[in-house]
Design a protein around this ligand. Structure first.
Ligand SMILES: O=c1ccn([C@@H]2O[C@H](COP(=O)(O)O)[C@@H](O)[C@H]2O)c(=O)[nH]1
Length: 255
């Protein structure tokens, strides 16, 4: 499976950010069961599943094992995978991150941090191109303080727009969507429009739908991501409520 097929599916991403305190006496077993059930039940109305690596790492070695198992299971349900790790480092280390997620899981995407510059992102793009994957580069993040650096005015425009333009040039011209995607918070709809204007070929991952107050946004290549609002609707694991939340989000997106 090529990650770009995600762009032909319903524009909703299920975020899986497991919280053991919501899962009773044997939390890992319960998270495993619930995540498998949720992926299977919601799959027809999703473009991808996004695993937040931090929540799995916080569960220790068993949590990391569970992440790898769920990522493999997602493929069985036909779901492209986004690893949300926000990785980024000097080239030699970036290659190791790319190996861990884009090479070991062909057809997957990884969120990456652009602070080190384009040379540090190059190993990720090479791996994505060779293995049918994609990157989502942090451009304008959903958090309230993202403007501290990202909105800094440079030649009259916010820094994040310069980054989006540079990434669009880096991807280059061509047909259809490219493999250099960008993260833009659904909490900043005007930033989504601004980034789309300078990067027409970039898939845009929009986290922050629901719990952070972002509304789902429609448009070509926009992948709306909700974690708590879809995985733990009402603040707990509840498959029926998750299906209802998905139907409501999709109503806003596809009608
Ligand atoms: O700008 C960003 C980038 C990534 N995230 C991640 O998305 C989810 C959001 O969770 P919710 O429960 O839907 O708020 C989480 O994994 C973040 O690490 C983001 O929120 N904003």
């Amino acid at each position: 499976m090529d990650f770009l097929l995600a762009l032909e599916r319903p524009p909703l991403v299920l975020g899986v950010d497991p919280r053991p305190e919501l899962h009773g006496k044997d939390p890992l077993a319960d998270i495993r069961r619930y995540a498998l059930e949720a992926m299977e039940a919601l799959a027809p109305g999703l473009c991808a599943v996004k695993f937040q690596l931090a929540f799995f790492e916080a569960l220790g070695a068993e949590g990391v094992g569970l992440l790898l198992e769920l990522a493999a299971a997602a493929r069985v349900f036909g779901l492209p995978v986004i690893f949300d790790g926000k990785r980024g480092d000097v080239g030699s280390t970036a290659r190791a991150y790319a190996e861990a997620y884009l090479v070991r899981f062909p057809g997957s995407a990884l969120t990456v941090n652009p602070y080190l510059g384009l040379d540090a992102l190059a190993p990720f793009l090479e791996a994505a191109r060779a293995h049918g994957g994609a990157l989502f580069v942090l451009v304008k993040t959903s958090n309230p303080g993202s403007g501290f650096l990202q909105d800094l005015p440079v030649e009259g425009r916010p820094l994040y727009l310069h980054l989006a333009e540079a990434l669009a040039r880096w991807e280059g011209d061509g047909e259809g969507f490219g493999r250099v995607g960008m993260v833009v918070g659904a909490t900043y709809p005007e930033a989504v429009a601004g980034v789309r204007a300078v990067a027409p070929r970039a898939p845009l991952l929009l986290p922050g739908v629901g719990a952070q107050g972002g509304k789902p946004l429609r448009g070509p290549g926009l992948l709306n991501a909700a974690s708590r609002a879809l995985f733990y609707p009402g603040g707990r694991p509840d498959l029926e409520a998750a299906l209802k939340a998905q139907a409501e989000l999709l109503k806003a997106l596809v009608e």
